[in-house]
Design a protein around this ligand. Structure first.
Ligand SMILES: [Zn+2]
Length: 477
């Protein structure tokens, strides 16, 4: 079916361009600069490769997210080159916060409070006003920043911060202090300046830095406040994290702290452990998509034998999604409704056990995510969808769903004009609500902010997975 010209035109005209990414430019020999848009603000994300082999093979992502924290950058420039890893820094206004205008409103964020949904809402509200478009734009910005940092491959994240004397100090975490609930353990340097300290998520890093005589706070994963900071994200995802916190102007102190971090990384050799949640953690809720909007057409292929494995992998045709992604998808559905179209949903949240079953049949990372790394479907943050007309019939597309090959690629053009137009329309309506496409599968989209949710092996169905038996039963090792 080709959409009538007028109807399609009005729909496309109604869509807001949503372009958080910009081309990567080479800055100097060892550095790249991406200019990210956030409303009318332009933020340069500058990434420098720190030549060297890295601390005993540890992939370290150093990052400075506050543009006014210049002491940290000076210390990093002195200490880090030659130690390996990558240093990422934000450059915009020279201020700590980022202000931007979007949808006729002024917004403001702390760029270290944007990595979870709760944090994004809180920082937008605390510094101005929350709106859905602003939340979407900040989520996409956070994704791009984390990607530029290399967080998906990092064994450790080292954040560099500076603080103002006596406002945010290690004493905040002491018994009775305002942040005591965030701390599982605390080591205080005798007679040390309380503004110079480490905040870590990893017990071994805590012990090693404490043994060097520093003040160190260990994050309490169960009770830490979800403020959307990088430490909360890293704790949730199982990525060891170190914050090197020093007072503005304490360059010699911060250099000494960084030298000790480098030594500790070499001795402790932290490794990321993919955190797999068997129940959704706080701030993450898997919902039945039909309870958010009953008008989706559901065609859960993994509940049928009509999928790449030829077996039923899940016990019922219910599609689950993380709540914020489900609500986002409902907004796409609403935008299509006026035009007589709807979404058909093939898959959403996928338990890690199902991912493993798919991988055994199709171990090709272009189409199926390696379960050792996890899929965005495993985080409840990816959907596989197509368009249907008012009668529920699928619109023609360049390939079938889950057809693995070039016809499923977004760059494939040797299809009928109708199919190409439908694919383009699906891309536009999904992108208009912030969903991010995948180059090799026209049906697959990631919700912005997917990194805030861990890979899950939770079973939200009221019955056991694999009603036809697990694929391992057919393929003994
Ligand atoms: Zn998918």
């Amino acid at each position: 079916m080709i959409l009538p010209r007028t109807r399609r035109g009005s729909l496309l005209a109604a869509l807001v361009a949503f372009v958080p990414f910009a081309p990567v430019e080479a800055d100097a020999a060892d550095s790249t600069r991406r200019t990210l848009a956030l409303g009318d603000a332009r933020i340069d994300v500058v990434t420098r490769s720190l030549d060297g082999r890295g601390a005993a093979g540890v992939a370290a992502a150093f990052v400075s997210v506050h543009d006014d924290e210049n002491t940290a950058i000076l210390a990093a420039d002195t200490v880090l080159p030659g130690h390996g890893g990558r240093l990422t820094e934000l450059r915009h206004s020279g201020d700590r916060e980022i202000g931007f205008r979007l949808g006729g409103r002024d917004h403001r964020i702390d760029p270290n409070r944007i990595f979870t949904p709760a944090g994004r809402r809180a920082t937008l509200e605390a510094l101005g006003v929350w709106s859905q478009p602003a939340d979407d734009a900040v989520a996409a910005f956070a994704d791009a920043l984390l990607g530029a940092m290399g967080i998906d491959e990092a064994d450790v994240v080292v954040a560099l911060h500076n603080n103002t004397p006596d406002r945010y100090t290690v004493a905040s975490y002491a018994h009775g202090g305002p942040l005591a609930a965030d701390a599982a353990d605390l080591h205080l340097r005798p007679h040390g300046d309380p503004d110079d300290f480490f905040f870590v998520t990893d017990r071994r890093l805590f012990d090693a830095l404490a043994a060097k005589g520093h003040s160190v706070v260990l994050q309490h994963e169960a009770t830490v406040a979800d403020d959307g900071s990088l430490s909360v994200l890293c704790g949730r995802l199982g990525i060891p994290y170190v914050n090197v916190e020093a007072e503005h102007g304490h360059q010699a102190e911060q250099e000494a702290m960084l030298r000790d971090v480098v030594e500790v990384l070499e001795s402790v050799r932290p490794k990321r452990i993919m955190a797999v949640a068997t129940v959704p953690p706080a701030g993450c809720e898997l919902v039945d998509l039909s309870t958010i909007d009953p008008t989706f057409v559901i065609d859960a292929r993994y509940a049928t034998t009509d999928n790449v494995t030829g077996r039923r992998l899940v016990p019922s045709g219910t599609i689950f999604l993380e709540r914020s992604a489900a609500e986002r998808l409902a907004r796409v559905q609403a935008s299509l409704r006026h035009h007589g179209l709807r979404l058909k949903v093939f898959d959403g949240y996928r338990p890690l056990a199902v991912q493993r079953a798919l991988w055994r049949v199709k171990p090709d990372a272009r189409y199926v995510a390696d379960p050792a790394k996890g899929s965005r479907h495993n985080r409840g943050s990816a959907v596989d969808v197509t368009l249907v007309d008012g009668a529920g019939h699928e619109l023609a597309m360049p390939s079938a769903f889950d057809e693995f090959g070039e016809r499923s690629h977004l760059e494939f053009t040797d299809a009928t004009p109708e199919a190409l137009e439908h694919r383009e329309l699906l891309q536009k309506v999904m992108r208009a609500e912030g969903f991010m496409p995948m180059p090799t599968e026209w049906w697959h989209f990631d919700a912005p902010g997917w990194r805030a949710f861990p890979v899950m092996d939770a079973n939200p169905y009221q019955a056991a997975l694999f009603p036809d038996g697990d694929t391992t039963e057919q393929d003994p090792p």
